[in-house]
Design a protein around this ligand. Structure first.
Ligand SMILES: [Zn+2]
Length: 119
């Protein structure tokens, strides 16, 4: 298992940039309605492991269904590089779109199917 390290990531145009600490050992491939359309793969980190470096003013919030998750995206380029919500225990959790991280070999990731469609 790779060691946890600080990854830099962000949207396409560069307005939104963040840093997330993860080992990318558990990357979730979710089949819910929005993840399927976006083709997103997620790594979950707790609030202390996430830092929004820039772009708070560029983020637009999208919510649907139970409105538990904030599907944030950049209003300039439309890329949703991370989402925000509460874990079952109430802790603030960030879902990192691993496709938006710099220098990650996506083909090397081990994906974990998640049945979000039936949640
Ligand atoms: Zn952007």
């Amino acid at each position: 298992m790779p060691d946890a390290k600080a990854y830099q990531g962000g949207c396409h145009c560069g307005r939104v940039r963040y840093e997330a600490i993860s080992d990318l050992a558990q990357v979730v491939d979710c089949n819910c309605s929005i993840c399927v359309k976006r083709g997103a793969m997620w790594a979950f980190v707790n609030a202390p492991q996430f830092k929004l470096v820039q772009g708070d003013d560029a983020l637009t919030d999208y919510q649907f269904g139970k409105k538990k998750i904030h599907h944030l995206f950049c209003q300039s380029c439309g890329v949703g590089s991370f989402s925000r919500g509460l874990a079952p225990n109430g802790d603030e959790t960030f879902a990192i779109n691993v496709s938006c991280l710099d220098d990650v070999d996506l083909a090397a990731l081990k994906l974990m199917p998640f049945d979000g469609k039936n949640m």
